[in-house]
Design a protein around this ligand. Sequence first.
Ligand code: NAD
Ligand code: ZN
Length: 381
Amino acid sequence: MSSTAGQVIRCKAAVAWEAEKPLVIEEVEVAPPQVDEVRLKILYTALCHTDVFFWEAKGQNPLFPRIFGHEAGGIVESVGEGVKDLKPGDHVLPVFTGECKKCAHCKSEESNLCELLRINTDRGVMLSDGKSRFSINGKPIYHFLGTSSFSEYTVVHIGCVVKINPLAPLDKVCILSCGISTGLGATLNVAKPKKGSTVAIFGLGAVGLAAAEGARISGASRIIGVDLHPNRFELAHKFGVTELVNPKDHKKPIQEVIAEMTDGGVDRSVECTGNVDAMISAFECVHDGWGLAVIVGVPRQDAVFKTNPVNFLNGRTLKGTFFGNYKPRSDLPSVVEQYMNKELEVEKFITHKVPFSDINKAFEYMLRGEGLRCVIRMVDE
Ligand code: NAD
Ligand code: ZN
């Protein structure tokens, strides 16, 4: 047993007091884990666009003060009542969507949308008692996605904690706990392009480039990258993207441009922007008869997807996925092993590293569209 088990831990956390205001490093109190919960010491965390999106809270339910962060790696500090599968010292990745292993979705081979623990962006408290485990002078601070990894210690439901190979370097594999696995799985598990096919990727952030990596692994012959930021294009070549298109360079809708480039449309497209117009373009640029589009980006709450139903009659398919259809506890350890076996490159996604005290720099990089993933170090190396 660790000496802190069962006790409140005082530690540093980056608190978002209000939308769009820089995070403030505060001393917070982290309550011990309750039934089916574990308390984690976070060693590394990265910033994903979903954090920025809910921090901006434009068209989202604003819930503040809140501790963001969901792409992370850490070590179990202590466990709550009834926890058998995890013990202090285990190396883990917290995940924003869980796997209870008991519900109809967890039992189905076709779904990773656990009924109990699927992504919930509006809940800022723990499931067991509807309370937060974080507080400052008795005032509760909301959780985010059940993970809140922008804190030296956090409390997570066991269904959202993935035990991984303790030899895997947490400063690298932390980014597999959201963005990279999401993009990779969107292509490998959902779009499933055949060898030699043409794939369009909308949005060349970390998620989109991981989707491109999936297309490369699948043996796609053409990978067309679409983005509005020209500075994304330099990076994209490293990820097997063969052609680049910027919608700003064209007067016509981008789906028409892509259809012309590909003799009627691409075989598969994967949307990783969060912009509803890009989602519509991603759907409308797939070939009739067999084309399949996969939506990955998280849209604004009030977004409406509009397309002519004839597009469906003509044999086009539209799908969406959370976390690339991976069941986190069952499937993620093997994605970590793919990295350990050098089948999957993770390092090329990490373009920045900052200490925890500079966490706001990670937000600045993302807002400027600079780089892919910024890993935030919570411990001294
Ligand atoms: P990012 O900001 O690094 O990358 C997004 C890219 O999309 C940027 O390069 C941007 O220039 C580009 N873009 C924006 N609007 C565009 C448009 N209209 N046309 C073309 N390109 C456009 O973000 P990220 O971390 O890579 O995440 C991508 C998206 O995936 C976000 O919406 C995020 O919330 C979402 N996401 C979803 C899941 C899931 O499970 N479904 C998981 C993680 C992230
Ligand atoms: Zn479940």
